[in-house]
Design a protein around this ligand. Structure first.
Ligand code: ZN
Length: 308
């Protein structure tokens, strides 16, 4: 399948981590299979965190092993530390996103570590990964949380985002992604910060993880596209959020993200009808959980066609 842009579905991780009901492993498998069938090239299927803290992710290894067996699927997972990275590699993950917060307050709340301590953890992860044979080594992305502002501490200085991105790229992370954990980014800010970071580390800054708290998610995607970003996270039905970023709302809606990208002439390889079928499975697994999204509500505009 020809693709101009990669949509990475983070619903099974970012989406479900905010849902109180622990979704049975069988339902997660059905959901991941349906997303794979819809053409999602990459799915973030779990986070490798202590099950005592996040019971929803107790089956992370099992879910990762299942997803890694689906043909052609790039399986991504989130990890907070070296221990999580080791478990993720053992389960067969293809991409590991190590999360680091630019906001000191969010770092303490979410990771119970200072930024400096988490940078040391990143160093431990890169060192360990280098010790693996190349064919057993997953891609390592550093995910910079709260890059555009933090609901705990407020403003996050851009120089601190740039500084961490430079250090992580030097350390040997394959890529650095910018995450708008709180959903505070606006298009002008997004353009400015992307240019600042990319002036230092170039294409190594290659992905955006956006939330829709202020309703600017799709406007931010458009600017990301204009700036040359070709990897975007989204969550089916716009689920998601961070338990340690009070006030943040869900991720940008995958269905609407695909609709926007295809409308801009960028092929995603994703079938929107099949995506709605996956959404129906999600709705069934989470009765009472509100799902968001304009495309699902309005349907395909008359005469609309996907990118050719
Ligand atoms: Zn998120």
């Amino acid at each position: 399948m020809l693709r101009d842009v990669t949509v990475s579905e983070v619903g099974p991780r970012d989406g479900l981590q905010m849902v109180r009901k622990v979704v049975p492993t069988a339902d997660k498998r059905r959901l991941i299979s349906a997303l794979h069938a819809a053409g999602l090239p990459e799915i973030e299927v779990a986070s490798f965190v202590p099950p005592k803290l996040v019971p929803q992710m107790a089956d992370a290894a099992e879910v990762t092993r299942f997803a890694a067996a689906l043909p052609g699927l790039h399986v991504a997972v989130l990890v907070p530390n070296l221990r999580g990275a080791e478990a993720a590699v053992a389960a067969g993950a293809h991409k590991i996103t190590l999360t680091l917060s630019v906001s000191e307050a969010h770092s303490q709340a979410n990771l119970r570590r200072s930024r400096t301590e988490q940078m040391e953890e990143a160093r431990a992860v890169t060192t360990w990964l280098r010790s693996l044979p190349p064919d057993a080594r997953p891609r390592l992305e550093a995910g910079l949380s709260t890059a555009f502002g933090c609901s705990l501490q407020g403003e996050v200085p851009e120089a601190e985002v740039v500084g961490m991105a430079v250090e992580l790229a030097r350390m040997g992370c394959d890529s650095v992604g910018l995450s708008d954990t709180a959903g505070y980014a606006n298009p002008a800010q997004l353009r400015r910060l992307l240019r600042l970071v990319r002036a230092e580390i170039g294409q190594a800054c290659d992905s955006l993880h956006l939330h829709d708290t202020m309703g600017l998610g799709m406007a931010n995607v458009t600017v990301g596209v204009e700036e040359g970003i070709r990897i975007f996270d989204g969550a089916l039905g716009g689920l998601g959020g961070c338990p340690f970023a009070p006030g943040a709302s869900g991720n940008i809606v995958t269905e609407d993200l695909v609709f926007l990208l295809e409308s801009l002439g960028l092929r995603t390889g994703i079938d929107l009808d099949a995506l709605l079928a996956a959404r129906a499975i999600l709705a069934e697994a989470l009765p009472g959980e509100p799902l968001h999204g304009a495309y699902a509500r309005a349907g395909r505009p008359t005469g609309w066609r996907a990118a050719a």
